[in-house]
Design a protein around this ligand. Structure first.
Ligand code: SIN
Length: 529
């Protein structure tokens, strides 16, 4: 594996100096920028436009224990239970105990959460939560939060935003991160962002799969670039499949929020029978991995392609008001959710694994931090509890913001020194052709062989095929975003499969038919690559 994706001579690339550079404009990236001291000079670089991220698409909400019958202890317990024995208790405690103060900050920025009365936020329920604790804005919470935060960010004059700017690689010198090599899509030029602190908040790797709720940008670039630079990655085998994604010939990526089940929707098979009651005491509100597997099995049993989610027993005006986005979107496809059952099937939704960090987002490389879905600090374990992901971006984004503020403001001089001899010139044998077609091949392979249900034979076959595609790409020149994404996806696919092969047990989102039981003696530990 080459250390850098492209050949370059550091002296030939125009450079800009910042105190901190943040990659990604989802909740983790934007909130980190907002919470950093205003004296810190920041660049936020994002692959597409500011408003394109996984966070924007989040429907359900943000988990926080605000109810009088709830507590951080109770939220902690539910998170640990859903995580199937692999959560890091210290970081989970940080997450749940710092939740309320961050929600308060969001309210101060002007986020308009739904209220139950003049003084209280409305709290809804989602899978594996033992209390009502999801604050939300209808069914478009991510959009409300991101729009509000972005609106605040563009007024910060210490922050410069670079859209359509692709982070190719972090530049390191003696295990210290000094900047990012990036590509400006509009001008077709490379640019170096040099900084004392680089924060990777570039999201997960849902695009490894054919069917995903993630936007096209979620190609695992952050984890792959961190790996090339020598960072440890953790728990990559745990890919969360959301149980209820619209199943329609024209749309197989639209999320039907778990909040719909939280409001009483039931899952039905082809014959119109409920099937979750026999699977788990929490039935439709069991942890996500349990529900996704049950649907997958039900589909297999009946030979169908999907199951149904039914909320038609609820009062239509309530449903329309509580889930306006879902109502309108389904209606576009001829499904009136106040009357009709919604066809659904599981799709890849969230990457539990990522760049290994501590509770301040620190990676093993000095000056390089990771946050949000790109990171893995152990809070999600083997299966993320619903609505803990936006919360993760807030809690750990703020902690990183504090850390980089004191790092930058506490320095005695500008610490970034550019190594003037950094020249990368690997021999290349022509351009990499057909990156788009190879990406599709990879996605089909991951979907068929590394999905919800796995086994040794399929995983080995998948690994062989990934290595074959890698051989087709090796030594070829990559100069486009599509090509860089393909290389990153191949890196991640290989590591996801190797991690899945190593874990000879079933736990959380990782289920193997050849090892159907959880093996606490040998595998109650994280996979670190
Ligand atoms: C949903 O609304 O079901 C998604 C929330 C989440 O992924 O936590």
């Amino acid at each position: 594996m080459d250390r850098y994706l492209v050949n370059f001579n550091i002296n030939d690339i125009p450079a800009e100096h910042y105190d901190a550079v943040i990659i990604g404009s989802g909740i983790a990236g934007v909130y980190t920028a907002l919470q950093t001291d205003r004296r810190v000079n920041i660049a936020v670089i994002t692959k597409e436009t500011l408003d394109i991220s996984n966070s924007v698409l989040a429907q359900g909400g943000i988990a926080v224990s605000l109810d009088k019958d709830d507590s951080p202890e109770c939220h902690f317990k539910d998170t640990i239970y859903a995580g199937a024995g692999l959560c890091n208790e210290e970081t989970v405690w940080t997450l749940v105990s710092e939740a309320a103060e961050n929600i308060e900050i969001l309210c101060r920025y002007g986020v308009n959460f739904d209220k139950s009365d003049e003084h209280h936020l409305a709290l809804s329920r989602e899978g594996a939560h033992s209390r009502n604790r999801i604050v939300h804005t209808g069914d478009a919470t991510g959009k409300e939060v991101c729009d509000t935060l972005i609106h605040a960010l563009i007024k910060h004059d210490n922050v410069r935003i670079y859209e359509r700017t692709y982070a190719i690689d972090i530049i390191t010198d003696n295990r210290k991160c000094i900047g990012i090599l990036s590509y400006l899509e509009d001008s077709g030029e490379y640019k170096l962002f040099l900084a004392d602190a680089i924060v990777c908040a570039s999201g997960g790797y849902g695009q490894l799969y054919n069917y995903t709720t993630n936007p096209p940008v979620a190609t695992g670039d952050g984890a792959a670039m961190a790996y090339r630079a020598g960072c440890r990655l953790m728990d990559l085998e745990f890919v969360q499949f959301h149980p209820t994604v619209l199943y329609h010939p024209q749309n197989r990526s639209f999320l039907i929020s778990e909040a719909v089940r939280g409001e009483g929707a039931v899952l039905l098979n082809e014959k119109g029978e409920r099937f979750m009651q026999g699977c788990h005491p929490m039935a439709e509100l069991a942890p996500r991995d349990v529900v996704s597997r049950a649907i997958f099995r039900e589909i297999g049993k009946t030979g169908s392609t999907h199951v149904y989610l039914d909320i038609s027993h609820k009062e239509p005006e309530y449903v329309k008001h509580r889930f306006p986005t879902i109502y309108k979107t389904c209606l576009q496809y001829g499904i009136d959710i106040t009357r009709d059952k919604i066809p659904v099937a599981p799709a890849a939704h969230y990457s539990m694994g990522g760049i290994m960090t501590d509770s301040y987002g620190r990676t093993g490389i000095e000056g390089f931090y990771a946050c949000g879905e790109a990171a893995c600090n152990g809070i999600h374990g083997a299966n993320r509890l619903a609505s803990n992901s936006l919360l993760e971006g807030l809690v750990f984004g703020r902690r990183i913001a504090l850390e980089i503020s004191s790092r930058v403001l506490g320095r005695t001089k500008h610490e970034t020194v550019i190594p003037d001899n950094l020249v990368v010139s690997e021999k290349k044998n022509g351009p990499l052709e057909d990156a788009g077609e190879l990406k599709s091949r990879l996605r089909r392979l991951m979907t068929e062989k590394v999905g919800i249900i796995r086994n040794e034979e399929n995983l080995k076959e998948a690994l062989n095929q990934v290595m074959e595609i890698k051989r087709e790409t090796e030594g070829k020149a990559c100069t486009t975003i599509e090509q860089w994404e393909l290389v990153n996806m191949l890196t991640l696919a290989e590591l996801v499969i190797k991690s899945a092969l190593m874990r000879k047990e079933s736990r959380g989102a990782h289920y193997r038919t050849d090892y159907p039981h959880t093996d606490d003696v040998n595998f109650r530990k994280n996979t670190i690559i």
